[in-house]
Design a binder for this molecule. Structure first.
Ligand SMILES: *Cc1c(COP(=O)(O)O)cnc(C)c1O
Length: 414
């Protein structure tokens, strides 16, 4: 591979990313080629057992073996993401949940225990609350991750993982990563952070996280056209995930397609520009919404309960993220607001997911968090009329603001 890593001790994720020079295309193209092969030849039959036993690999004088194990194109994207997050190594998965399940099953054995934030992406919540206990005997205690005493009190001698999202979905609370990391390490547990909501703005590894996960389906992708995920951590941990006998990425097989890896790799260079613009517009809308008396939450507002945590753990030059929430009061009002915004104003789309170039809106309690029980929703502070908006970067800001303001007035929210 013609791959040089010159990241050295670059402090900034964008600088680290720029220092990963991926290989040239097959014909000298400026973009790498897609390695569209599922299997790879060896020159001498005798090397095959060494490759299978892990004694020879692509970086140790051997070669690639089989696409579910390692594919060079997917490998490059994993390295880029590891550089962005300041981790030793990274590898990709077919989805964010594929990355999360692989990371958790890589860290946990039957009978182990997790302490997790009570405000998580619905699929992650279902995995921890329902799937893992039933299928694997791995249990989870959910706590308010802002309450460090509660986190400490929930740990048991079997706690191997403390799990949170850097910015929680959909309540936009910001986890105090350094404190949670030391708490985890005091208890000999690993600290796992889903950083899907805040690429670049927050780099959890720098604050003590052991494993960082991304759903690449969201901001990193930016065009809502691929489902993809990644996990980064130590070289040793990523290696374990690929183990031919017990590695969950290998054995469960949530393999990323090299075409997807190639496409996503080409979007990383403009991720900083996109994140800054998503955040600039979110900040603008949040301030105006606050001015006109709407119930808005955005970590960039000084009034947000975790504004100071975000300033401390984040990089405000990449903004405070691209999501805002507006509490419409009731589910009906939320529905009316979203319908007016989409069908009358053309402001955005009623759809789950986030990080798209257009605005996406959903009522969390009845969509992305609907896996949660009513009690869990209430405990997590997810109000029935809470509208989550992933603020897009199309159109002009003034045009979008007037659309939003007209809809809010139309349904009587302001
Ligand atoms: C979407 C999302 C996931 C799941 O990712 P998929 O790519 O849909 O599997 C996990 N965590 C967060 C925070 C998400 O937003």
């Amino acid at each position: 591979m013609n791959e040089e890593t010159q990241s050295g001790d670059a402090q900034d994720p964008v600088e680290r990313l720029a220092a990963v020079r991926h290989e040239f295309g097959e014909h000298g193209g400026v973009n790498m080629s897609v390695e569209a092969s599922t299997t790879f030849t060896v020159l001498e039959a005798g090397t095959m057992p060494d490759i299978f036993e892990g004694r020879l690999g692509p970086d140790t004088g051997g070669c690639y073996l089989y696409g579910r194990h390692f594919n060079p194109t997917v490998f490059v994207l994993g390295r880029q993401l590891a550089a962005m997050e300041g981790a030793e190594a990274g590898y990709c998965a077919a989805s964010g949940l594929g990355a999360i399940s692989a990371a958790l099953l890589g860290l946990l054995d039957q009978g182990d225990h997790v302490v997790a934030s009570d405000t998580l992406y619905g699929g992650t919540w279902a995995m921890l609350a329902e799937f893992l206990p039933r299928k694997c005997g791995i249990t989870t205690t959910f706590v308010d991750i802002q309450d460090l005493d509660a986190v400490r009190a929930a740990t048991t001698p079997r706690t191997r993982v403390i799990y949170t999202e850097s910015v929680t979905n959909p309540t936009l609370r910001v986890a105090d990563l350094p404190k949670l990391a030391s708490l985890a390490h005091e208890r000999d547990a690993k600290f796992v952070v889903d950083n899907t909501f805040s690429p670049l703005a927050i780099t959890p590894i720098e604050h003590g996280a052991d494993v960082v996960i991304h759903s690449l389906t969201k901001f990193v992708n930016g065009a809502s056209d691929f489902i993809a995920g990644a996990v980064v951590g130590t070289e040793e941990f990523i290696g374990c995930l690929m183990d031919l006998h017990t590695g969950p990425l290998m054995i469960l097989g949530p393999t990323m397609d090299p075409q997807v890896a190639h496409a996503i790799s080409l979007r990383l260079p403009h991720l900083p520009i996109r994140m800054i613009e998503h955040a600039r517009r979110s900040q603008f809308f949040a301030e105006r919404l606050q001015d006109i008396g709407a119930e808005v939450a955005y970590p960039g507002l000084p009034e947000h309960p975790d504004h100071d945590i975000f300033r401390r753990v984040g990089r405000p030059e990449y903004g405070f993220g691209g999501l805002i929430t507006v509490d419409a009061g009731t589910r009906d009002r939320a529905d009316q607001l979203m319908e007016h915004l989409q069908n009358v104003e053309g402001f955005g789309w009623m759809a789950v997911s986030l990080g798209y170039f257009d605005t996406l809106m959903s009522c969390s309690a009845s969509s992305t968090s609907s896996e949660m029980t009513d009690e869990a929703l209430a405990a997590a502070g997810i109000a029935p009329g809470l509208v989550r908006m992933s603020i897009g970067i199309t159109g002009s800001v003034e045009q979008r603001w007037s659309q939003l303001e007209r809809s809010l007035k139309h349904v009587g929210i302001v």
